[in-house]
Design a protein around this ligand. Structure first.
Ligand code: SAH
Length: 218
């Protein structure tokens, strides 16, 4: 696959976006640096690429959306992972969030239920040189063979907290999940503080496409 160019214009727009994210309250320089290393316009339809560095969500294939840069920054900051951590992402989508996690030096497993997105994000991430483990399947089941995870990040709106995923979190690990079954959700972080105990914290309103069960039909 031939990657688009990452021009001085794109790089300049990206630096401006990082300043916008700082002024919106993102504090982690590690997260901002990772976002600076991932050209977001690679993940968008070329019709939208000139707007890639505005804080907007855009449609991708299969009726899904690439999250707003602020949402990606916020969820990644809340994940609070360390390089080398074993991370599970639900909803690979365009692959953008996945690339940002890879750029942070995390070991990333990502599940997508839409075959078209699983295929296209895999080709793009490989061409960019990122090496996540990608799966076509149902994120509600998680990936028990690679559990426990230091962190789990869910990038679609979950009607409830999926129990199977809680069970795959390491003690001391953290889940970042938008919970709610309408068009908006609340962003929660959930920490596993012992085998049987979890604490949770509300981080405000969010708007994601829904987390749906089972794989979509091809
Ligand atoms: N992280 C993505 C966001 C994509 S939108 C990005 O950076 O582009 C959310 C994605 O979650 C969609 O692609 C949708 O198909 C996927 N999804 C919804 N329910 C799912 C499930 N049960 N398992 C895996 N993926 C799911």
């Amino acid at each position: 696959m031939q990657l688009p160019e990452d021009t001085y214009m794109h790089k300049g727009q990206r630096r401006k976006l990082l300043d916008d994210l700082r002024s919106m309250g993102i504090q982690s320089e590690a997260v901002l640096d990772a976002m600076n290393r991932v050209p977001r316009h690679f993940f968008l339809d070329s019709a939208f690429s000139q707007f890639a560095y505005s804080n907007k969500a855009f449609p991708i294939a299969a009726g899904q959306t690439i999250s707003q840069p602020h949402t990606v920054a916020k969820q990644t900051e809340l994940l609070d992972a360390r390089p080398g951590d074993n991370i599970l992402e639900i909803g690979t989508g365009s692959g953008y969030q996945c690339a940002v996690l890879c750029a942070l030096g995390l070991k990333v497993h990502s599940i997508e239920r839409q075959k078209a997105l699983f295929d296209s994000s895999g080709v793009l991430l490989k061409a960019m040189g990122w090496k996540p483990f990608l799966y076509y399947g149902d994120g509600y089941k998680g990936k028990p063979v690679f559990a426990p995870f230091d962190g789990i990040i869910i990038t679609c709106g979950a009607p409830d907290i999926p129990q199977a995923l809680l069970g795959q979190l390491k003690v001391g690990g953290r889940m970042v999940i938008p919970v709610g079954d309408g068009e908006t959700q609340r962003m929660w972080t959930i920490e596993r503080i012992s085998e049987l105990e979890f604490t949770k914290k509300d981080h405000g309103c969010a708007a994601f496409v829904p987390m749906l069960e089972a794989r979509a039909r091809d």
